[in-house]
Design a protein. Sequence first.
Length: 94
Amino acid sequence: MVIPTHVLIHLTQNIKEDCQALYITLMVSGKLNSHLVEVDNQATEMFDRLMKQLAEKEGITEQLKAEDQMEWVQCMNNIRNRAEEIVNAEVILM
């Protein structure tokens, strides 16, 4: 999961508005971009883990994919949406 540009802009704005000292420190030290990359890496790892866990928990398998592709796609889209919401709430938009 790569964080879309508009979300990175929002994250930067959040840091700038809510944590001015952190924002200034990151900007002055030249570490803002590396901080955003770290957040992106955390978000990607969490998203991948959630996708796998939710699919396993709900029994969404390769067998279902082979037997009923439309059902599989609907289930995976639902899981992806929930995983994105969780990642946004817990990592990106804290």
